[in-house]
Design a protein around this ligand. Structure first.
Ligand SMILES: Cc1cc2nc3c(=O)[nH]c(=O)nc-3n(C[C@H](O)[C@H](O)[C@H](O)COP(=O)(O)O)c2cc1C
Length: 161
């Protein structure tokens, strides 16, 4: 039997980037949640994925749109991370942002964005595995990523320059 706290603390030793998954619905509603579980999956076809918790209230609203945008947060976007990781009726209140070619919210200053159509959603334990087909993407030249490791946020140190 794996003890839940030990699972969390040991798995927290694997550092992750931090992304905000966003989508807009036809009624103008905007939805978003923070994930550390984002990953590149396949180049041909171009696929990416992440794992939303079954308890997420934002994920079902995003799933209904059939699309999502991955916004990779920079280390100067900690406040934005906290906003999208907290449950709230309007996480976008007073937040200016751009749009992806398909019309999804694109967070200003994110270091990269990836615009996707939902390809597949698979039930896995207490999470979903969401696979997205990449339709457009771009990155900023400047900026360093926000990193989550052992319950705290970090900046990245480069060892090879
Ligand atoms: C660094 C970090 C990484 C997270 N990674 C995930 C994740 O991969 N999947 C997930 O469902 N929730 C993850 N969360 C928690 C969600 O962001 C949070 O539960 C969610 O935004 C709650 O709001 P919702 O009910 O509107 O979805 C993470 C939170 C933080 C701070």
């Amino acid at each position: 039997m794996i003890e839940p706290n030990q699972f969390r603390t040991v798995l927290g030793s694997f550092p992750t980037g931090v992304c905000v998954i966003t989508a807009s619905d036809d009624a103008g509603g905007r939805h978003g949640l923070v994930v550390g579980s984002f990953s590149s999956i396949s180049l041909d076809p171009p696929l990416v994925g992440f794992f939303p918790d079954k308890r997420s209230s934002s994920w079902p609203a995003i799933e209904r749109t059939g699309r999502f945008c991955v916004n990779v947060l920079g280390s100067d976007q900690l406040e934005l991370c906290k906003r999208f990781a907290a449950k709230s009726d309007d996480k976008f209140a007073e937040l200016a942002h751009g749009h992806t070619p398909s019309g999804q919210p694109r967070l200003d200053e994110a270091i990269a964005w990836i615009d996707c159509a939902i390809e597949r959603v698979v039930e896995i334990g207490d999470h979903w595995l969401v696979v997205g087909h990449v339709e457009a993407l771009d990155k900023r030249e400047a900026g360093t990523p926000l990193v989550f490791y052992r319950g705290a946020y970090h900046d990245l140190a480069c060892l090879t320059d």
